[in-house]
Design a binder for this molecule. Structure first.
Ligand code: NAD
Ligand code: UD1
Length: 337
């Protein structure tokens, strides 16, 4: 495949790993990011891993004229849109910043793509659009809701994309609902590099393991789960990245839009994740039980059936591989990039 893709948010966690898979699958990639939550060193590492060159532009997706200038110069066949802000707690304090980045950013990108005749898009949505699911595993036709501005920004964009593909069937849009990405590229060169204290479980455990944080607070041990701690569907970031290659292949093959979960279909508790990480790093991870985190749900994991049927894709890596790779990245890069 020698078509060229525009990848927004390319230097971020999921974007960077996906660029590796796209390049290895033979696509050309033009990378853009405003670097608000990532380092340009990521792009160097992608090039080091793949031996391919990746043109990178520091562009904000809300900057219509910069995007237009870029797309006037490049012959893009499709876009993969990762760029956005993703902290739930920050979104509660800064809702306008989140709607501006995630919703206005997406609208601006769509307008420019449309003007340039590009009609294929892969969008990063989230399992957060299922709110508190009534049943698990969660299927794509489950009811949708949002409990915070971040979640609402994803839901709004999903609805905008639905309206767009109905108004103009030329659009082929893949909406991918990610469950909980974790792990890193097996080389230890790419991984998640959160700024400040991490919000999410795996990067938090990793920073405890490397000695940057004293202990993990386990948010609640009285949930109706096997050991009382929250259950999530942790998916290796390279499996997730590969899911984007499969989604693109489908978009190029069939004139249809679709929405799929990208998860493993398996739930893991907080304590199971800690135990796996202890095996990977060979040391004890101190924990303290703390109150439930506001807004948290007990159990969330995907039905992975639709992705298997529609995309011929499934997650292949184990929890042990995920924590091994996460630990390799964290221990080789204790201060990130
Ligand atoms: P990330 O923060 O590592 O990557 C996002 C990238 O987008 C960053 O490099 C950031 O600098 C860039 N960016 C933000 N706003 C921008 C703007 N206006 N213009 C240009 N670039 C901008 O996050 P990630 O974990 O790689 O997430 C990628 C996407 O997947 C996001 O849309 C996120 O909401 C979604 N998602 C992430 C998770 C997760 O747990 N990581 C789960 C579900 C969905
Ligand atoms: C969070 C976001 C969600 C987003 C998802 C993936 C919140 C409220 N929700 O969800 O919108 O889609 O990340 O990016 O932030 N845990 C601890 N201690 C910690 C951190 C987490 O016990 O220090 C527990 C949580 O209570 C939960 C599990 O670990 O049971 C996973 O937490 P996290 O990694 O933050 O993911 P989500 O809760 O799924």
């Amino acid at each position: 495949m020698s078509d060229t893709l525009l990848v927004t948010g390319a230097s971020g966690y999921i974007g960077s790993h996906t660029c590796v898979c796209l390049l290895q699958a033979g696509w050309h990639v033009i990378a853009i990011d405003n670097l608000s939550n990532s380092s340009p060193r990521t792009i160097e590492r992608i090039q080091e891993i793949t031996g391919r060159s990746v043109p990178f532009h520091t562009i904000d997706v809300r900057d219509e004229s910069a995007l237009t200038r870029l797309l006037n110069q490049e012959n893009i066949s499709a876009a993969i849109h990762f760029a956005g802000l993703k902290s739930v707690s920050e979104s509660v304090n800064k809702p306008l910043t989140y709607f501006d980045n995630n919703v206005n950013g997406s609208i601006t990108l769509l307008k420019v793509l449309h003007q340039q005749g590009v009609r294929k898009l892969v969008f990063s949505s989230s399992a957060t659009v299922y709110g508190d699911p009534k049943k698990v595993p969660i299927q794509e036709d489950a009811s949708l809701s949002a409990t915070n501005p971040y979640g609402r920004s994803k839901l709004f964009v999903e609805q905008i994309l639905n309206d767009l593909s109905q108004a103009d069937p030329e659009w082929r849009i893949a909406t991918l609902r990610y469950f909980n990405p974790a792990g890193a590229h097996e080389s230890g060169l790419l991984g998640e590099d959160p700024r400040g204290i991490p919000n999410n479980l795996m990067p938090y455990i990793a920073q405890v393991a490397v000695g940057k944080l004293p202990h993990l607070s386990v948010f609640g041990n009285d949930y109706p789960t096997t050991d009382g701690t929250g259950v999530r569907d942790y998916i290796h970031v390279m499996d997730l990245a590969q899911g984007h290659v499969s989604a693109l292949n489908r978009l190029f093959a069939k004139p249809e839009s679709f929405t799929v979960n990208l998860g493993t279909g398996q739930g893991i508790t907080v304590l199971e994740a800690v135990a796996a990480f202890e095996q990977a790093c060979g040391s004890h991870i101190p924990i303290q039980v703390a109150p439930r985190r506001p807004g948290d749900i007990a159990t969330c994991y995907a039905s992975a059936d639709k992705a298997r049927e529609l995309l011929n894709w499934q997650a292949n890596k184990t929890l042990d591989q995920m924590v091994d790779d996460h630990w390799r990245w964290q221990s080789h890069n204790p201060n990130g990039y």
